[in-house]
Design a protein around this ligand. Sequence first.
Ligand SMILES: *[C@@H]1O[C@H](CO)[C@@H](O)[C@H](O)[C@H]1NC(C)=O
Ligand SMILES: *[C@@H]1O[C@H](CO)[C@@H](O)[C@H](O)[C@H]1NC(C)=O
Ligand SMILES: *[C@@H]1O[C@H](CO)[C@@H](O)[C@H](O)[C@H]1NC(C)=O
Ligand SMILES: *[C@@H]1O[C@H](CO)[C@@H](O)[C@H](O)[C@H]1NC(C)=O
Ligand SMILES: *[C@@H]1O[C@H](CO)[C@@H](O)[C@H](O)[C@H]1NC(C)=O
Length: 656
Amino acid sequence: MLFLLILFCWGPAVLTSGQVWPLYGTPRKTVTLSSYGGHVFQEEGVWNYTTMLLREDMGVLILGARGAIFALDLNNITHKKAMVKWEVTPTMRTSCSFKGKDFETECQNYIQILHKMPDGRMYVCGTNAFNPTCDYMSYTHGKLILENNRHEGRGRCPFDPFTRSASELVDGELYSATSMNFLGSIPVMMRSLNSSIKTEYTMSWLWDPTFIGIKHVAEGEENPEGDDHKIYFFFSEAAIEFDSYNKMDVSRVARVCKGDLGGQRTLQKKWTTFQKARLDCSLPENKLPFLIQDVFLFCPGNWNTCVFYGVFTPQGDTSQYSTVCAYRIQDIRDVFSKGKFKTMVSVDYDIKWVTYYGDVPDPRPGACINNDARQKGYFKSLDLPDKTLLFIKDKPLMDQAVESSPQQPLLVKKGAAFTSIVVASTTALDGSLHQVMFIGTASGSVLKAVSYNGEMVIIEEVQLFAHSEPVKILRLSGTAAQLYAGSEVAAVQMPLSACDHYTSCMDCVLARDPYCGWDLTTDSCVAINSIHPDTHSDVVQSLRDGNATRCPAVESRKIIQSFHPGKMVSLQCAPGSNLAQVQWHVNGHPVENSDVHRLRHNSLLILNASVSDARHYSCSSVETSKGRDYITQTVTYELRLVDTMTAPSVQPLVLC
Ligand SMILES: *[C@@H]1O[C@H](CO)[C@@H](O)[C@H](O)[C@H]1NC(C)=O
Ligand SMILES: *[C@@H]1O[C@H](CO)[C@@H](O)[C@H](O)[C@H]1NC(C)=O
Ligand SMILES: *[C@@H]1O[C@H](CO)[C@@H](O)[C@H](O)[C@H]1NC(C)=O
Ligand SMILES: *[C@@H]1O[C@H](CO)[C@@H](O)[C@H](O)[C@H]1NC(C)=O
Ligand SMILES: *[C@@H]1O[C@H](CO)[C@@H](O)[C@H](O)[C@H]1NC(C)=O
């Protein structure tokens, strides 16, 4: 019996023995979804839970999957409130596979678009066996109802479920970025539903793009220049501006004005305000630009405080670094409204894109109709002069790239491929505001990270999906204080914080989690927003300093363990966090790796225990924070030789 137990302990110990624990980019804690108080939703036989719409007004999360749409309780997504099926008909499926598409995977209806309409209904589109189709849907009296008002979704929803697309519904107009045709060869960014406007189909506008996101910024509100609202598109595409032998991709931000109606003669029914710029978020040592994978619009107040957070991964490169950058709306605006343009020139039968130094027409190409334009008699894009329109038609690319703020990536992590990001804002104990990033990864986890004066702290990593299913979509509900994530196999929900999983004062304070603090009166880690203002002084939180000196010293736990001579003994002592290190002492002297002792990540092995090992072994978990060492826990083992003559059978000993 004892031997079996030891074997059981030995197994995991061997697995972790070769690991190094780099402190850079390491989450302080690694937690499971269930210990974080999360919920899982999965419907038998349904896959691809990758489209979400939060309906906080109705208390539901609308979840789009393959052949089905669900309404789930926002507070507990395991609770399915309604479901509606939308599957392909057998004839459509056959005809799709007849056109050369895979019957099992491609010839199905993947829900790709879910948006709220101004009247409260929803707009839904699916790939529908390579025949994109849209419909209206409502959720009333606990039922999801598709109105059966089906119509062509070409240009709104992709044909191919494996390509990425983006969409956003603003004031009854659908903005979409996808491919227009069956072959997937005609990319488009368009507005539809009421008045339809598209991109020009030319390489200088879009060249083999991968669409990532569309965001609306209400810049027209309280704008002193009488400027318009803007729609921002994020994507990556083949670069026209670099001379390179191989095709190289770059990340882009493009923008159009909401009031754009197209031109009168030039650019009829096309955007007259389409401008794009390169977006950088690379590491100096990487030669190829990083590519954007997801974008989140964070607007703490007025539109001019808005910040776009993007996650990036390297292209054609195995170094496996991921980055996060933030871009201020003002910096993007400056590039578009004040920056230089690029222009195409022919050099020795070759085409090059260079800085344009010539005259820029007035009104400025790409600018929205503002007070200045109105004063000159231009009240809508249809009034704009040909020279302004021809200019933007030929030169949509800005010379300068948009720089992130700060200039360096906010976060760099090795060995993780970031897929998605949302950013929440929270007030700490001292009243300071903090932006908390939740970053989805290709291995199915979410990283929770905060920057304190430029120092990035990864508070924890929560494993959301079993089998390392990539996180495909992340959504944040501020009112429910919950995060929702979707993958191909399940959807999950987790709270933005789970303070009670911090077990001691040191653990709670060294976590530097802005949502949590240690309450000295109740001896528990509590949510900051739950504490009464009068008891603030009894709560410890130290976000910038990671200073846990107010925490009481930890009490040592004592364990008596018996052993058989000649056998191996395993003493358990897991470090309190990924950043902590374990130190062992025997009768007060440090234990080192030797023929007798093996130090493992979370245990000490005494290989061939003998009578002389009947001593006191103590283990401390030490965590360094801001140059100061904190002992976060101690365990003392008193080893006793088993008296085989008197106590042979009972072994309450090994504490695995
Ligand atoms: C849908 O999910 C299945 C099961 O995980 C997966 O094999 C398939 O690739 C997914 N389809 C798409 C379009 O991602
Ligand atoms: C969540 O919903 C499921 C299904 O309705 C239910 O079984 C479960 O008890 C709920 N969990 C909580 C914590 O309310
Ligand atoms: C729809 O488009 C027309 C012009 O095509 C415009 O006059 C009208 O205001 C638009 N309606 C909405 C709701 O945007
Ligand atoms: C840590 O906190 C203690 C108690 O609040 C304070 O006395 C000490 O100066 C702080 N140390 C640092 C380095 O900030
Ligand atoms: C274990 O120790 C005993 C006595 O100290 C010795 O006789 C024995 O050979 C050792 N066994 C191994 C496998 O080293």
